[in-house]
Design a protein around this ligand. Structure first.
Ligand code: ATP
Ligand code: MG
Length: 429
């Protein structure tokens, strides 16, 4: 196929054989969020470029080199959203729904766009489920977010494969003091830093902490520690969070080098990481951003949130083979009809059954076909039962009811009794 007719590198089709697992994952998360009292918000995929520059920060990887930015026909600079927090904050401000201290517990789902090097677990269009809470500043809500994700891992049966890393970045004042100390220390060791870190030292020095370069890591061993610069309030907040995680029994490790890529975090930051996916190990990440709303022109409004990468979590379910068997079966019953008269009767019968059993997954054969070919399709559909309408069944006003997965002989069921019979033998979710 010519290149122009292929998908863009790093932007993937999610094929019909993959969507059951996606829908299982998304459905599980959505149900959980509903149950904890969170409400969904939907924002546009495109925003003014300025929004992301202002919120994410000019000297972050995302803004420096990962955004899909283009000019609209009227000359406006627009950007495909690289993450959800900025647009969510923009939306709550624009509609005034966090004003006067109103609490909002929101979540969103959808595609994000970053021009990164595509590889396993890292794509240019990827999908996140994200969550933001406004106007709750205590550690209790930070703990709730983490507890909720912990429950999710439990429901997906992947708890053993993930680890919680935790840090506190303090307030912007204490972070400022720490930044100064760090810059002073690193500047004294400037020659031993890798090139990237030398650059970051000038633009975004905290990012040097999460370098992958071994020489720079060696320099960092004796660097000042963030924990020593925490203000009392942040320290108490962090202790409050840890106490709650302990109370629920959620294990965590403190990672003083966890700073997150974005500028806007303060106090709590956390990541759920796994060693099952190779280099792309972070499946869910977030933290508190008490200064962001004000920085974007709103009244002081605290915020905390996280986002998880759907591709990475789906990949993890596949890798760990944690795929519930029932999700790949999408048909309960397959109706085969032979001859035009039977086809018409079958159609009417199927609709009557659907009226009575709205959750039944009933597929009616399309495209006619011989006895053999329709049975083959019935079997391939994954259905548990085939319904058969041939000349004999038409004459007696019955339908043949044939189990396709093992046990049981074919029986004849009167048309009027079909829905009641199906209700007893097909378990519906
Ligand atoms: P990473 O360090 O892996 O680049 P990040 O810190 O840039 O992640 P966030 O902006 O915090 O990621 O996004 C939250 C989550 O979204 C990540 O933990 C990850 O699961 C997912 N994610 C981020 N970028 C990508 C991508 N390019 N492809 C697939 N998933 C991604
Ligand atoms: Mg990144």
């Amino acid at each position: 196929m010519s290149k122009s007719l292929q998908a863009i590198r790093g932007m993937n089709d999610i094929l019909p054989e993959q969507t059951p697992l996606w829908r299982y994952f998304e459905g599980t998360v959505a149900r959980l969020l509903d149950n904890y009292g969170y409400k969904q918000i939907r924002m546009p995929i495109v925003e003014f470029t300025e929004l992301f520059k202002r919120s994410i920060g000019e000297v972050t990887d995302i803004v420096e080199k990962e955004m899909y930015t283009f000019e609209d026909r009227n000359g406006d600079s627009l950007t495909l959203r690289p993450e959800g927090t900025a647009a969510c904050v923009r939306a709550v401000l624009e509609h005034g729904i966090t004003g006067g201290g109103q609490v909002q517990k929101l979540w969103y789902i959808g595609p994000m766009f970053r021009h990164e090097r595509p590889q396993k677990g890292r794509y240019r269009q990827f999908h996140q489920i994200g969550l933001e809470v406004f106007n709750l500043d205590g550690p209790d809500i930070d703990a709730e977010l983490i507890t909720m994700t912990w429950r999710l891992w439990g429901e997906l049966d992947i708890r053993d494969a993930v680890k919680l890393e935790l840090n506190s970045l303090g307030t912007s004042e204490s972070r400022g003091r720490y930044r100064e100390a760090l810059v002073e220390y690193l500047s004294a060791h400037h020659d031993k830093l890798d090139e990237d870190s030398q650059r970051r030292l000038k633009t975004n020095p905290l990012r040097v902490l999460d370098t992958k370069n071994a020489d720079t890591q060696a320099v960092l061993v004796d660097a000042p520690k963030m924990a020593d610069y925490l203000d009392d309030e942040s320290r108490a907040h962090f202790e409050g969070l840890k106490a709650r995680l302990d109370a629920v029994g959620i294990p965590y490790v403190l990672n003083p080098k966890l700073v997150r890529g974005l500028d806007y975090y303060s106090k709590t930051v956390f990541e759920w990481v796994t060693d099952k996916l190779g280099a792309q190990g972070t499946v869910c990440a977030g933290g508190r951003y008490d200064g962001l709303v004000e920085q974007m022109g709103g009244k002081p409004t605290t915020g905390v949130g996280f986002a998880m990468g759907i591709e990475r979590l789906v990949l993890m379910l596949e890798t760990l083979e944690q795929i519930p068997e029932e999700i790949s079966r999408q048909v309960d019953v397959y109706l085969c009809a032979f001859g035009e008269e039977a086809e018409l009767a079958g159609l009417a019968l199927a609709e009557r059954v659907r009226d009575q059993l709205p959750n039944l997954r009933l597929q009616v054969n399309a495209g006619a076909g011989s006895f053999k070919s329709q049975f083959k399709k019935a079997d391939k559909s994954g259905a548990l039962y085939a319904l058969i309408l041939g000349d004999d069944e038409m004459a007696q006003q019955v339908v043949g009811f044939k189990p396709l997965r093992g046990q049981g002989e074919q029986q004849s069921i009167a048309w009027d009794a079909l829905a009641a019979h199906l209700a007893t033998c097909v378990v519906q979710g």
